[in-house]
Every structure is written in C-alpha cells, then in structure tokens.
Design a protein around this ligand. Structure first.
Ligand SMILES: [Fe+2]
Ligand SMILES: [Fe+2]
Length: 322
C-alpha cells in the first residue's frame, strides 16, 4: 500500500483554500510541462489532482490522493504524459501551500507525499483497455468534468446539452437501438456542443443574427469539440458524433460536407434532437418556437437537412407516440 500516513488532523481551511484556487494551480502546473502535454484533458486531470489533494487535506487521509494518482497513472498510460504532468501539479501545490501565508501546515509531510507521487508516477504501466465497469464510471466522470466546464463558461449551452441528451435517449428508444447505444447516443448529445467552451461569449450570446465572420467562428465549435474529445481517453470514441452533428443529409452541412449514410448515425440523431431543442429553447435573438412549429420545421427539412427516419421518430416522440 501507499507509504505515506498522515499524523495530523484534517485541515478544512487549507483544503478550502486549495479548492478555491484549483483552476489557477492547474494552469500554473500546465505551464511547467511540455507544450505537447498541455491539452484540455491534461488540464482536467490537473484540476482533479488538486481536488483530490484538497479532499485528502480536509480529512488528513493521503490515501484519497495517492489511490487516485495510482489509478490515473494506470488509466492514462500511453494516452497522456501523465507522470510529468502529475509531478508538475504536485510541485505547484507544494509551492502554493508553502507560500500561503497564515495557513498552518506541515511541509515535511507534503514532501513525503510528493516523494510517493514521484514513486507512483515512475512505475512502468501497461497500456491496456480498461475493464468495462471502470470504463463506464470513468466516462461519466469525464463527461461530468466537461459539462461542469461548459456550465462555467455558458450555462445556457450546458442546459441545452442536457436537454439534447434526453431527447437523444428518447429517439434512441423509439429507433429501437440496443441499450448500450441508447446510452451512447445520449452521451453524445450531452457533449455535442462542448467545443463552445472556446467560443467567445459575445458571439455565443449575441442578441442578433451573426455576421459571416462571426458565423465562421461559431461553426468552429464542431471541430474544436471533436479535437477536445479526441484527446480524452475513454470518451474519444464520441469524436465523430461531436464533429459531424452539423452535417446535413443532403451534404450541405459542415465541417466535412458528409451526406446521407456517410454521416455517423449518432450524429444524425444528435442533429435532429439538437435542432428541435434549439428551436423550442430561448435564444438571445428570438423567442422560443412552439413544439408543434418546431416539429413542422423538422418535417419540412426531412431528407434535406435531416435523416428522414430520425425525423419520423422525433414526430412520434414529441406527439407521444414514442
Ligand atoms: Fe452545435
Ligand atoms: Fe447544440
């Protein structure tokens, strides 16, 4: 088992101070690693490290952090440069704690923890597929992280994403998908707009129609989201649905201009759920449409913008036939 034991009592004050600064500490840590290691996935991992560190400090139990470090080294072996990243975050936390005025703490104990992290990070790991139960837990954790970030930057898009996810699940059931595909498509619905994390808010929330240049920036969210997801272990299989959720059935969509059956099937489902929910939802530049009007628009664009089978399923779902 892990070689460091706490001799102190929990320190809720230090824990709260660390939690408050978790994003700041994560970005300082990222500045200490190579440019290739500086991905969004790495940033999420760094934030998670600080959270676990704070949780350990709060109850004086370092096994919370060390068990997580061990697991992260194992899970992300071969996917992320996890060892240098975790060592960089550990060092940044150490510096933060050492320089925090008025926060009583035992730096020697933190040094011992640091040494243990270095030991765990240096163990050679097998690159392997995670066990199924572990993958399911981890996917949800990774998705929660993403949605929390989206909520921070744009709560309206996060709310839209949750709604799209539940429309996708209902569509999946209506389309008689296998259980795991229903889960899969609803997860894709949840993160389809995650690329909007990087879209400037003045464009996202513009109370008017966007200019051509602004539209180009807005449209980038499909590719940006796909890049973000592609860099994340365990959720990168959702990349096609995220990248292609704005394709049109007639091939006039973006970013790849795919048509018909060459559009990934989850993307075709997300596309209908997304359009419907966008129409019935609040938008900064127009009032919501009534569900019946939104449904009419989907039917009008059946076979041009949308997959006809998915539109038919949506009609059934919304009119309670599904
Ligand atoms: Fe989108
Ligand atoms: Fe959307």
């Amino acid at each position: 088992m892990y070689q460091t034991r706490s001799v102190r009592r929990g320190d809720p004050r230090l824990s709260a101070a660390l939690k408050e600064r978790e994003r700041e500490i994560a970005s300082e840590a990222l500045a200490r690693v190579s440019a290739q290691t500086r991905t969004v996935a790495a940033e999420l991992l760094a934030v998670r490290f600080v959270e676990r560190f704070a949780a350990s400090v709060e109850v004086a139990d370092w096994t919370i952090l060390l068990r997580w470090v061990d697991g992260a080294c194992r899970r992300y072996a071969g996917v992320l440069a996890v060892a240098p990243l975790l060592i960089a975050v550990a060092e940044t936390v150490r510096i933060t704690v050492a320089s925090a005025a008025g926060l009583p703490c035992d730096i020697r104990e933190i040094d011992l923890v640091h040494a243990e992290i270095e030991r765990l990070a240096s163990i050679p790991r097998l690159v392997r597929e995670p066990a199924l139960h572990e993958a399911i837990d981890e996917i949800d954790v990774a998705l929660d992280d993403l949605i929390a970030r989206l909520d921070d930057s744009d709560p309206l898009t996060a709310e839209h994403s949750r709604a799209v996810s539940s429309w996708c699940a209902r569509l999946g059931r209506r389309l008689a998908l296998a259980k795991h595909d229903i889960v899969g498509v609803s997860r894709c619905g949840l993160i389809h707009d995650v690329g909007k994390i990087t879209t400037p808010l003045e464009i996202l929330n513009a109370p008017r129609r966007l200019s051509d240049e602004e539209m180009v920036v807005m449209r980038r969210h499909a590719e940006d989201g796909a890049k973000l997801i592609a860099a994340m272990p365990l959720v990168n299989h959702m990349t096609p649905a995220v990248r292609n959720h704005h394709e049109r059935f007639d091939g006039r969509g973006y970013p790849d201009g795919l048509a018909g059956g060459s559009i990934p099937s989850f993307a075709r489902i997300v596309s209908v759920a997304d359009a419907f929910n966008a129409m019935i939802g609040r938008r900064p530049y127009r009032p919501p449409f009534a569900p019946s009007v939104a449904l009419e628009r989907l039917v009008e664009n059946r076979g041009t913008q949308f997959d006809p089978i998915v539109v038919d399923a949506m009609v059934d779902v919304v009119t309670n036939r599904g």
